[in-house]
Design a binder for this molecule. Sequence first.
Ligand code: B3K
Ligand code: ZN
Length: 853
Amino acid sequence: MTQLQAKHLKDYQSPVFTITDIDLDFILDAENTKVTAISQVKRLKSSTKLVLDGDKLSLHSVLIDGKVAKYQQTDTQLIVETGELTDFSLTVVTLLDPEANSSLEGLYMSDGAYCTQCEAEGFRRITYFLDRPDVLAKYQVRVEADKTTFPFLLSNGNKVDQGDMPRSGRHFVKWQDPFPKPSYLFALVAGDFDVLDDTFVTKSNRSVSLQVFVDKGNLHKADHAMASLKKSMKWDEDRFGLEYDLDIYMIVAVDFFNMGAMENKGLNVFNTKYVLADKASATDDDYHGIESVVGHEYFHNWTGNRVTCRDWFQLSLKEGLTVFRDQEFSSDVGSRAVNRINAIKVLKNQQFAEDSGPMAHPIRPESVIEMNNFYTVTVYDKGAEVIRMMHSIVGEAGFQAGMRCYFERHDGQAVTCDDFVDAMSSASGKDLTQFKRWYSQAGTPELTVSEQFNAQDNRYELTVKQQVIAQGKRGAPLHIPFSLELLDAEGNSIYNNILDVTQSEQTFSFSDVQSKPIASLLQDFSAPVKLSFEFTTDHLIHLMRFATSEVARWEASVQLVSHAIWKNVEHLQNNSTMRVDPRVVDAFKGMILNPELDKALLAEVLTIPSMSALIEQVDIVDLDNLLHARAFVIEHVATECEDELLARYRELSSQDSSAARAMKNACLGLLALTSDDVDGLIEAQYQQATNMTDALGALKAAVNAKSQCMQTLLAQFETRWQDTPLVMDKWFTLQASINDDNVIDNITALTNHNSFSFTNPNRVRSLIGMFAANNIAQFHKADGSGYQYLTKILVKMNETNPQVAARMITSLIQFGKFDPARQALMKQQLVKLQSLPNLSKDLFEKVNKALEM
Ligand code: B3K
Ligand code: ZN
């Protein structure tokens, strides 16, 4: 059985040695790549042994100042005897087998091209090194490979030399990166690509050459990524005053990639999913996703690369901040309200569940077994919320002053989250001492709000109590920016401001209030907390109509539907008939017909709260009744609003904007649930679609409603797209989401489909990952077959790609909200995994934490 030690933040020690320069030479070969690393080492503390990290390496030789060195080797370290030396050169030669590397970490092959992924600790799979982010070195890299098969040899920084080796048919290229960087930002790519070239002229008039590399034949799908890159570069100059610093910026799209993309200095490596797009094959959401990920990786150049993390516990320093920046970018160039809604959904659908499950951790974790397990919605998305709260506390001007102070103090350094908050505090003059608790306390704080109105002295009072409990521990009160609007009975805004909640219980008093106001609480989700307040139906309907914030109106509509669903769960439990308050239906009719509301926002209003968000609202879920009640409420609202939905659907059909398409498809999705007559509408939209958004919208409506045309359309889609893997992912996802008792058989059959492969993470995630995460009814089927199926897949992936396996186990370890029978079935499978002989660190950490609960 695997036994592994956790690392703790409190044990951090600055490095004993550092490496200032490294010269890397790669002689590429699919099964036997030779890596020569010559490092200039400096001793910083007294020691006679240099301890280097390494993982699954085959060591060829070690030299110190050109002479054979004395060393010992363990599974994870190379310990070199250095005697009294304080400055020396260290040569390490290792041999790699990229072809056999299915973990997609270190140097591996993606569809015939060499590529690397080093964050967090993948560089140690390339050579023995001080593989930690506080060791910053200047890199010079020589790459050599066969010229015909690998015409492009890429690495970080600027190209400084190249040449042919005619006798062997090979060639080489030399790269130099002038900026010292941690090893996790190193990258190498070698392959044959189509290249889209462009240039960007920076604000100080430097011309930067931009290149997007894609698989041969995909050049026409690279334009949007390039346009997004240029937009990002301009936006970072305009909003943050930050300019690009090298002469070249390259993006390479690869098929085999464990996550979205990677911000390697000057050479981003991307999952094709976040690069390739044209109207026929990509949806509007895909387009937005590309823009946001291209932006995210670009923004890392300053927040991550120029200033990096001291240690991996500080990951949110770069990730929370960079997510905040990419969200601001998307909001400045698109719809702020819709972007905010999407961010809120990630928190409520996923992060809250993580925070109440076995993997709960503060945005700055304190103990870690496998770092790759901590690239989480907590570190990223709650991390971004923490930055957003600081932004609301210090204001945009204070925040920008804080950013300037951060770069003045720390450019070129590896620093901590405290350093960031200190810069914000110094520059803005705000005391953020209490605020820092957000970095060390896990769990979702719960705010209980109550109100009193005293008509005699026209006084309105709001009492806010906060409580944060994570894994049984009660936390200290947090500094919570609480955004509040008060509306009068006519819907006029009489107060709109951000309150500073800092105590366990606090009462805010408002004088000269003529009549009892209607409060819009925690507007725009001004803090990542759970809110509890006794909302009445009329209160929520008033907010839906009059709240100034569009996000608050959406939020009210979500609450209204959620209440209706929970009421029906009670009806089912009491054996009474399900029903929906007609005021709820009327409120929806009003929204659907309101021509002034933004269509993209309306599409969000018409999206019924997800099962995950609903489950998060209770302690133990009555799953079967919830599924039943939710389906009933959706169908009921859809049926009652059929005429209005149809009218809007018809009106929107001729409009060509992503907002109109979103609204139209939301209408169709609901209409599909009302009657089989809608089949004609679905088929017509599918056949006439000129873009993927409409084609997929129709197909989704058919699948969700299990319409008669579903199988025909799925078959047509397959014929049309079988040679386009990224589009086939959508097809796999659709089938994995069907609520049908045969779904596991169908998924099993699909794993033998020509387009499917267990070695490609996109395929595995789109079919099996989506089933486990989103097909709540079937994954959690009472007989445990969903859990068994996922476990079977995890056993397989544990050996081949532990990172992807560890991501997919999420739904199995978050069992806390389910009934005892389901919990027992889930734990049974976890016990099975726990006893695997070669359990990876990744799964070990999650399985054990879950079973300790
Ligand atoms: N920094 C990378 C994520 C690396 C994940 C390593 N398991 C992408 C990003 O956040 O921009
Ligand atoms: Zn990032």
